[in-house]
Design a protein around this ligand. Structure first.
Ligand code: HAM
Length: 417
């Protein structure tokens, strides 16, 4: 019988790659809490209806990418393809709106989309996700973008491209849809891909998001949404941009940035890192006024974003040389009767806040030094025959090569040095 293998598009994450994920999560907690955000953990499985009603039945995510299956009582469940819908459900179910005017929530975790796997695109991937519910003011849009950029800077990614657009609102979008439909009808539609021909009728904005090169070419001169937004949306957008400029943020206006999920209106944005390949969007988000009420909750506006952790890790590999933390010590026991002493010494070192390991079997000096080199340990503590007899330990500094023999009690001080 062959071994059981992992599922295509799913990954195991070993240290030190997993340490990078922990580092990103810890930094995110730190940055987001400084803006008043609190952590929310929602279930991975939700009722399928939640995603259909929020993400939209005309999106690729809902049409082609969800892991959906019946449970034992034949109810349709879906592995969350993104976090926003679940956060909205939790917000409504927990009646957060009646407890506070503004709810700032962040969440981390795995998401699932049945896409074609490639570099930076997985079927199970991880998001760092933030949602700010309550404020309709453009300053909330600016703050969440500034917070995202602060987080990216803190993990070592500054100078990535911020793209921004506005998608208008319920009032002005229909006029834009009409202009876009008129433009699309003037094309030789037989040349558009099958998806776009359908989208033309059902959801024309999606056509602007199509990745097929011929569709991109044909729609290059499509009308621009910002020429069709109402006064309130235009004013909102210019306050957001003005605030970002005031804060020294450089951005690119991208009139085709419509995003792949249907709940957005007004501000939409993405952060792009060209160095990581075709899947270059490391974060994306926007405003979604109307989503909470669409899901049966009160009429509360909101804005949020999500970063893809696998893509951030790729960008970090390219941009920042993150140092892998070095262990402080390796206790290398060379004789069988020194094993218990070695264990006690390692315990005492850890008690004093140092990090390191101890050999569980007496092994040769050569093999222990090889292990210390591989782990990039700072100091090796040797327990050989004479040290065991004298109650001492020899401390070898792996950077200088120097070594001294000291009493066991002096070891924590010598290693911390
Ligand atoms: P999204 O643009 O679909 O937005 O995903 C956000 C980020 O997740 C992307 O920019 C990308 O970095 C990462 N991502 C998406 N799909 C994959 C994949 N298959 N493999 C690896 N990484 C991926 C959302 O999910 C919205 N819920 C964001 C949001 C929050 N909007 C408002 N609040």
């Amino acid at each position: 019988m062959s071994n059981v293998k992992k599922i295509k598009g799913f990954a195991d994450l070993f240290s030190p790659e997993s340490d990078v994920f922990t580092f990103m999560e810890n930094t995110a907690r730190d940055v987001f809490s400084s803006y008043g955000y609190g952590e929310l953990r929602t279930p991975i499985l939700e009722r399928t209806e939640l995603f259909c009603r929020s993400i939209g039945t005309e999106t690729d995510v809902v049409q082609k990418e969800m892991y959906t299956f019946p449970d034992r009582k034949n109810r349709s469940l879906t592995m969350r393809p993104e976090a926003t819908a679940g956060v909205m459900r939790a917000y409504i179910e927990g009646s957060l709106h009646s407890q506070e005017q503004v709810s700032k929530l962040f969440t981390f975790g795995p998401m699932f989309r049945y896409e074609r796997p490639q570099k930076g695109r997985m079927r199970q991937f991880h998001q760092i996700n933030c949602e700010c519910l309550g404020p309709q003011e453009p300053y909330a849009d600016a703050e969440i973008i500034l917070m995202l950029l602060m987080f990216l800077k803190r993990i070592g990614l500054s100078g990535l491209e911020l793209q921004i657009n506005s998608l208008g609102c319920r009032e002005c979008r229909p006029q834009y849809h009409a202009a876009l439909r008129e433009f699309l009808a003037s094309l030789d539609t037989a040349e558009l891909c099958e998806d776009c021909r359908r989208r033309m009728e059902t959801n024309p904005l999606r056509v602007l998001d199509c990745k097929v090169p011929r569709c991109k070419e044909l729609t290059a001169d499509a009308p621009v949404i910002l020429d069709h937004t109402c006064d309130a949306c235009s004013e909102h957008h210019s306050v957001v941009l003005g605030m970002l400029e005031r804060a020294g943020v450089v951005y690119t206006a991208n009139p085709r940035l419509v995003r792949g999920l249907d709940y957005y209106n007004r501000t939409t944005f993405e952060v792009v890192c060209g160095e990581i390949g075709a899947q270059s969007s490391v974060a994306g988000g926007g405003r979604y006024d109307g989503l909470v009420s669409q899901l049966g909750g009160p009429d509360v506006p909101g804005i949020g974003f999500a970063c893809g952790m696998e893509r951030l890790a790729l960008a970090l590999e390219q941009k920042a040389q993150r140092e892998v933390p070095r262990p402080d010590f390796l206790v290398a026991v060379l004789e069988q009767d020194g094993l218990e002493r070695g264990m006690m010494l390692a315990e005492a070192l850890r008690e004093s806040g140092l990090k390191g390991e101890v050999s569980f079997a007496a092994r040769s000096m050569k093999s222990q030094m090889r292990q210390a080199g591989k782990r990039n340990v700072r100091k090796v503590l040797l327990l050989g025959g004479s040290e065991i007899a004298d109650g001492t330990v020899t401390v070898k500094d792996m950077d200088t090569g120097g070594q001294t023999t000291i009493s066991l009690d002096a070891a924590p001080g010598a290693v911390a040095d």
